[in-house]
Ligand binder design. Structure first.
Ligand SMILES: [Zn+2]
Length: 403
């Protein structure tokens, strides 16, 4: 498996070679199977149904913590991680910034393909997505079929990598929390295990009513690895200005996720809108908000701000009171005032379910004891330790494979 060229299609390589039916009794089968739909069914049998297969509910951080550089080990168990937030998308290529790659139309690996020299070229999306939970971040590659099943880019796709397509993809992945089915993959080149995303689906939408997700609210073991983005009741956030770090529930992070609602507090005009000195068209907008996770007795107010061209900050300037936004925030030079890294509108029909799920995450951040591994433990032993500290149904799941 090539490291770069071959990277495309690993996750979606499907068994198209099928069966060769030419002589003897098979000849009759071949005749029966001339109906194309039947042929397809047969050749697709060997593929695993990642969407439906059983999986062990886990946290992202505990799986990432099981990875030890230099230790390769075949681990077959399928894990399921719910409530993942995607903070960024980038090209899978290190030497270029392409989001759409030329692929072999027959096997979907990188084009031109040695196995199918006569096959046509097909444009397919492939992206590296950065997933975060409260305790860590981890990037996984998403392939064309996964991407297009999660985000509706039909109208803008047209096989061209355009700014419009990138915007739709970023906004699409930002509009929800995700549930991923993952497995460990041995990366021989880097001599390390890595997580491979086998299936991805919407878990909790910010832009639509949500199903009941309480079954996924388990007391799963977590491992503090850093680089995560904890959910923050802003009332409880502490800051270390020297390190540029925010801290909530004893988790240090450079950014936090918050659920805020525009309130009726009017800031002085010169504080609300400021022209950025460097660029004449850019504005800095500041707004007062209520934190929806800081308790209900009396609202906890904070200020949030963003800078950019007018079109990028209008939502902050013009959004009506009571409008709710999911925001990723960084600290500023001022106490209880935050810079907005990203935002997404939470529609009224989604507010209750998102609020209740984020309260669950906060309780996990406060209450769950962090699991830590002896540095000498191998990946397989870490996974065994992890299983021991899991609650039912994770611990007793039928998805565990001998390893
Ligand atoms: Zn091919």
């Amino acid at each position: 498996r090539e490291e770069e060229g071959g990277i495309l299609g690993i996750g979606e390589y499907s068994l198209h070679t099928g069966l060769r039916l030419s002589s003897g009794p098979e000849g009759k089968i071949e005749k029966d199977l001339q109906d194309e739909s039947q042929c397809k069914m047969l050749t697709m049998l060997p593929m695993r149904n990642w969407k439906e297969c059983e999986a062990v509910p886990s946290s992202l951080s505990s799986l990432v913590a099981a990875i030890v550089p230099g230790h390769l080990r075949k681990l077959n168990t399928v894990f399921e991680i719910s409530g993942l937030h995607i903070v960024g998308l980038s090209s899978v290529r290190s030497e270029s910034d392409e989001w759409i790659l030329p692929s072999c139309a027959t096997c979907r690996r990188a084009y031109p393909c040695q196995a199918h020299p006569n096959a046509a070229e097909e444009s397919r999306l492939a992206l590296r997505a950065v997933f975060v939970d409260s305790d860590c971040q981890c990037s996984m590659i998403l392939y064309h079929d996964t991407i297009t099943s999660c985000v509706n880019v039909g109208k803008v796709l047209e096989f061209k990598d355009t700014p419009q397509l990138r915007k739709e993809l970023l906004e699409g992945f930002r509009s929800a929390l995700w549930r991923a089915k993952v497995t460990f993959r041995e990366n021989d080149y880097h001599q390390v295990l890595e997580l491979e995303c086998r299936h991805l689906e919407r878990f909790l939408s910010f832009d639509a009513a949500n199903p009941d997700v309480s079954a996924a609210q388990l007391d799963l073991p977590r491992c503090f690895l850093g680089g995560g983005c904890p959910v923050a009741p802003l009332r409880e956030v502490k800051r270390d200005t020297d390190l540029g770090v925010l801290s909530v529930h004893n988790i240090d992070a450079s950014s936090v996720r918050a659920l805020v609602m525009f309130n009726n507090v009017t800031l002085p005009d010169d504080e609300t809108v400021q022209k950025e000195m460097q660029a004449t068209s850019a504005m800095r907008i500041k707004r007062s908000v209520d934190c929806l996770l800081s308790g209900t007795s009396e609202p906890f107010q904070s200020k949030i701000r963003a800078a950019g061209p007018a079109s990028a900050v209008t939502w902050l300037l013009r959004g009506p009171p009571q409008e709710v936004h999911h925001v990723v925030l960084m600290q500023t030079e001022t106490v209880n005032e935050y810079a907005i890294l990203s935002h997404v509108l939470v529609k009224p029909e989604a507010v209750d379910s998102v609020m209740s799920y984020y309260r669950y995450i906060c309780s996990q951040q406060e209450d769950t004891e962090e699991l830590s591994f002896e540095s000498t433990l191998t990946p397989a032993k870490r996974i065994r330790t992890l299983r021991e500290s899991m609650p039912t149904p994770s611990k007793t799941s039928g998805a565990w494979q001998d390893q």
